[in-house]
Design a binder for this molecule. Structure first.
Ligand code: SF4
Length: 205
């Protein structure tokens, strides 16, 4: 199965998945979207109201801001893969729960393996925790690290910048680092999408 076929297969499985309680309240599952050969994969938190309605990630105000941030570095959303830690909307936009994240992680694992991106950008604390379990986003945002051979850049979620105008500049500055990171990502070989077993495995760029 080639990467595009694998992404299609994952999306088809997600659409009918009942592996956690979120399937009961979803209207549409939101597997994620973007090209199978994307250099960047953005991982957010979970679908919100508009995403649940349309079955697409980042289509509300945060999505428009993400598109603006990409445009600032000469990119468009059609060039990147955008998805979330969980694929179905939590009721009332509550935070995802540990059992839901664990149940859904298999799909994200497979998406990243299929795409094999140069850089993973985590948006917000839930996707950050996948790679940096005990970190604080205020401390590590904008600092890319190699996690088991794959370059991971934690950032604030665009929605946080919309709610806290002071964060907007911070997010814009972190985004401005991405073109250079893509170039560095080309130097990294044999990536494996696994969280580090030991903090010593992290090396700061
Ligand atoms: S959130 Fe993930 S694990 Fe839960 S039902 Fe949706 S696709 Fe399945």
């Amino acid at each position: 199965m080639n990467p595009g076929e694998e992404l299609d297969a994952i999306a088809a499985e997600v659409a009918v998945c009942t592996d956690c309680k979120l399937h009961r309240s979803r209207k549409n599952a939101v597997p994620g979207e973007g090209p199978a050969d994307a250099e960047l994969v953005f991982i957010g938190e979970g679908p919100g109201f508009h995403e649940n309605e349309q079955g697409r990630p980042f289509v509300g105000a945060a999505g428009r801001f993400l598109e603006e941030l990409l445009a600032n570095i000469g990119m468009s959303r059609e060039e990147v893969f955008i998805c979330n830690v969980i694929k179905c909307r939590p009721p009332g936009n509550r935070d995802p729960q540990v059992d839901e994240i664990q149940a859904c992680s298999k799909y994200l694992d497979r998406q990243i393996r299929a795409i094999n991106p140069k850089v993973i950008i985590t948006l917000g604390r839930y996707s950050m925790a996948r790679y940096f379990p005990n970190a604080r986003i205020s401390t590590i945002h904008g600092k890319a690290r190699v996690v088991n051979g794959r370059l991971v850049m934690p950032m604030y979620h665009p929605a946080a910048a919309l709610h806290q105008p002071a964060l907007r500049r911070v997010v814009e500055e972190d985004f401005a680092l991405l073109p250079d990171l893509i170039a560095r990502g080309q130097q990294i070989s044999s990536p494996e999408d696994k969280p580090p077993a030991d903090p010593e495995q992290l090396s700061m760029f």
